[in-house]
Write a protein that binds this ligand. Structure first.
Ligand code: 26W
Length: 816
């Protein structure tokens, strides 16, 4: 660790970076140059450690974690924290600032150069949409902290998740050119560039009696690795995240032009220019877009090539590949790793099918992250065939052999059609994973149960041993210690800071539940975090919020199954109640929403518009606004979550039971002492078991009850006709809010199908919210529950999840 680096060293290194990279010194540097210089100092420390890393010992396996998304957020504070340098950097920066003063630099030239300003200078690396991508980022931190030899792989998108602008209550998507500043963390490794081939056709030929394949006429794209170094907490171990950037080979090699193949050259240029341009903003919704398939194959092929290349350098041949490597695929997006590894073993290494297949099957493991049927990836056969002709043939062969085996086992034709990988002109990625991978896991106990009873029931029946559960976890160092330093200090005073590496030690807080002083301190910290958020909301959006009100928060991607709309319905009911009875004894509430909607998701966008109409109505009503306020936080992202979560008191986790695979926001709120209002969905089930029923507000149908109701015939309109307050709410939405926006589609969807059963859960949701409000009237009871949540949250640390993956799936030894 860095005990040997002094404040003086940091100042010297920093000034050196400023001089050598930007030709500037303290007198004339810009804020961005100063920010970059500090980052470069940390990057050097990590690079040094990576280069000192001892070669893997004999039999050790390496992990390769493939994910089309890594939602990293900011890295400066993370790396400073992990390297144990936060305080020293702060000190160094403030001493440098003081010396600028001494140099007689005018005060206004100094603004924007504090450590806090540096942190704010960093753009979020928004290389992900939501849960899946953020989970990958949390896991990288834990893998490194636990000393696992791991590498992450993804795409170096030029534009991350869009920036959300709200104009007249409606969402507009703006580009996010994060690399302009965020590239400071990336180290290009040009010498490790590989070529990825698309299109063209396959020529068969025989060589000494053996059939071989040649990929002719392909459109080639270069994949250039940009490595981001990943620090771990209190360890010298460093891992990397390898982000692949596309480049056209013709930019470097003009022989195609010279040979008259200028059209091919143009094609290659065009392909390379778009392939890694932008992250798809779809979350839980599949569209069979050609560019998306290109992205997937691009990053998967480049990754496999780079793993194989390194393996051969170290070990010679590939027969022991599965002993040395485990390839983990984060949902089905990197599934093409399966046929791609086959292609290399067969075509480039000359292996027989059976030997190659055995190696692949022993190397690849898969995590499922959703049961939403519209999220399942089924690629149209014709685009796979056209774009990836060799991979397509391999997929056909895998499918043929699989079906033959199923027939031999005596399975019926209908069952086989359900399990097939290629069927009806489509390639089903989840079925390929369930067949080819040696392990398949869900992300919460409930979700893993649904996988084996429903989505993969047939596969489970055939190969029970490969199905398991690993409940999600979050990076508790970031999501507690870093973002809520006062809470971290309070906890450390009470139980020490051992919880940072042994999250279960948070349990020790349970013995402090009767400590009145500690509970008051806990509330005071929450209060200051609320004030900090209030300042932010005022600064960014000009909205005044009252830190004495309950901060009630629902932040996550906007999706109908997550039921932001249910939250809106109860807000409107509360509005009616307050207008009827303005003298009720209730604590005012501020309702925070934060959510991005996929650009093409009409209903989600309309719900964002509705939240704004409702906010307008309520916030401008003098009677209601004494008790309630609605705030839609624009452009919700990791760095906003970092401000919002420590300030929240109620965490809304209200998806229809059976649909949210796990949720991870629920865990982050809990770590920061918020109380959950939630359904028995995803990890909420385990959260409620750990924290105890008296410290959580559970409502609504269970997954089983929801299923039964759907089967037996659910009628939302029947509820509407008997439930007077609900009818008033829906009628109000139908009538509109005097802003010319028609919400008829929302009400009709609730009355006609109500797929996510909002009306069924409405009454119990309103009731539990009332219970929560009453509990808040007793600070002692509330703070006790808040502490109980923090104390139980250790079970939901990513360190625990990653240790389980290492143990049960990857067969890796945890190093610390
Ligand atoms: C192909 C379109 C698409 C894009 C993203 C389909 C599916 C996805 C993701 C798998 C959706 C996702 O992020 N799922 C979330 O994963 C989290 C981490 O496990 C869970 O906590 C969330 O419950 C789950 O919705």
């Amino acid at each position: 660790m860095n005990t040997n680096i002094s404040v003086g060293d940091i100042k010297k290194l920093f000034l050196g970076k400023l001089k050598h990279h930007f030709g500037r010194d303290l007198k004339d540097c810009t804020r961005t140059q100063a920010f970059r210089s500090i980052c470069l100092v940390l990057r050097d420390i990590m690079a040094q450690r990576l280069s000192e890393k001892t070669e893997l010992k004999g039999e050790e396996r390496e992990l390769h974690y493939l994910s089309i998304e890594f939602l990293l957020g900011r890295s400066l504070s993370k790396n400073a924290f992990n390297l144990g340098l936060t305080e020293k950097i702060k000190q160094a920066v403030s001493e440098l600032l003081a010396s600028r003063k001494e140099l007689g630099i005018p005060e206004d030239k100094l603004s924007g150069l504090s450590f806090e300003d540096f942190l704010e200078t960093e753009p979020d690396a928004g290389l992900g949409n939501g849960g899946l991508g953020r989970l990958a980022a949390c896991y990288l931190d834990s893998m490194t902290t636990l000393g696992l030899p791991a590498t992450g792989y993804s795409i170096c998108y030029e534009y991350g998740i869009f920036k959300q602008a709200i104009i007249d209550g409606a969402q507009f998507e703006m580009p996010d050119p994060w690399l302009e500043v965020g590239d400071v963390w990336l180290i290009p490794r040009i010498e490790e560039t590989v070529t990825v081939r698309f299109g063209g056709h396959i020529e068969e030929y025989t060589d000494a009696g053996v059939t071989k394949y040649r990929h002719a006429d392909s459109t080639d794209v270069l994949a250039i690795p940009k490595d981001m170094l990943i620090s771990g907490y209190r360890t010298n171990h460093v891992n990397k995240l390898r982000l692949w950037a596309a480049q056209s080979p013709t930019e470097i090699d003009m022989t195609l032009f010279a040979g008259g193949k200028h059209i091919k050259a143009m094609e290659q240029n065009a392909m390379a220019q778009v392939i890694t341009k932008v992250l798809y903003p779809d979350d839980n919704h599949f569209e069979g877009k050609l560019l998306r398939l290109r992205q997937q194959y691009f990053f998967v092929s480049a990754t496999v090539q780079s793993i194989v290349r390194e393996h051969k350098q170290k070990h010679g041949d590939l027969r022991n590949f599965h002993m040395r490597h485990v390839i983990h695929i984060n949902d089905t997006h990197p599934t093409l790793v399966i046929p791609e590894l086959m292609r290399i073993l067969l075509d480039e290494e000359g292996m027989e099918w059976d030997e190659a297949w055995t190696i692949v099957r022993r190397s690849v493991a898969y995590t499922n992250h959703t049961v939403m049927s519209e999220a399942l990836e089924c690629w149209p056969q014709n685009i796979v065939e056209m774009l990836l002709p060799r991979v397509w043939r391999i997929l056909c062969e895998i499918n043929d052999r699989y079906i033959t085996a199923l027939r031999e086992e005596g399975l019926g034709e209908y069952t086989i059609s359900q399990m097939a990988i290629i069927w009806n002109g489509e390639v089903r990625m989840a079925n390929l994973c369930a067949y080819a991978c040696f392990a398949v896991n869900g992300v919460s106990a409930l979700h893993s149960g649904i996988l084996i009873r429903d989505i993969f029931a047939l596969q489970y029946n055939r190969e029970k041993f490969k199905f398991l559960n690993v409940t999600n976890g979050v990076d508790h160092r970031r999501w507690l210690a870093q973002i809520n330093p006062e809470l971290h200090a309070l906890i450390s005073d009470a139980i020490g800071d051992g919880y940072l590496t042994r999250p279960n030690e948070l349990r020790k807080l349970a013995s402090h539940v009767k400590d009145a002083r500690l509970l008051e301190d806990l509330a005071a910290i929450k209060r200051r975090n609320k004030e900090r958020l209030a300042h932010y909301v005022y600064r960014e959006q000009g909205i005044v919020v009252d830190p004495d009100s309950i901060f009630d928060t629902q932040v996550k991607r906007l999706h109908e199954y997550k039921r932001q709309l249910l939250n809106v319905l109860r807000i409107l009911r509360l509005y009616d109640e307050i207008r009827e009875n303005p003298n009720a004894n209730m604590t005012p509430r501020t309702f925070f929403f934060g959510a991005k909607a996929a650009g093409g998701y009409y209903m989600a966008k309309l719900i964002i518009r509705l939240i704004h109409s409702v906010a307008e109505l309520i916030n401008n009503d003098p009677m209601a606004s004494r008790f309630m306020k609605v705030v839609f936080l624009q452009n919700y992202r990791v760095s906003v979550a970092e401000l919002l979560i420590p300030a929240s008191e109620i965490s809304e986790q209200i998806s229809i039971a059976g649909k949210e695979a796990s949720g991870t926001g629920n865990m982050k709120f809990m770590l920061n002492g918020a109380l959950t209002v939630g359904t028995l969905d995803g990890a909420n089930v385990e959260i409620s078991e750990f924290v105890g029923n008296e410290h959580i507000f559970i409502f609504g149908l269970t997954a089983q009850e929801a299923d039964r109701l759907r089967r037996e015939g659910y009628s939302s309109s029947a509820i509407y006709s008997v439930h007077e307050p609900l009818r008033r709410v829906l009628d109000r939405i139908s009538a509109g809010f005097g802003d010319e926006v028609d919400y008829g589609d929302i009400v009709r969807s609730l009355l006609i199908s109500d797929t996510y059963m909002l009306l069924a859960d409405f009454e119990s949701y309103c009731r539990i919210q009332k219970t929560a409000g009453e509990k808040y009237l007793s600070p002692r009871a509330w703070n006790t529950s808040s502490l109980a949540n923090i104390s139980a949250a250790g079970a939901f640390a990513a360190d625990r999840s990653v240790a389980q993956y290492a143990d049960h799936i990857w067969n890796l030894q945890v190093g610390r």
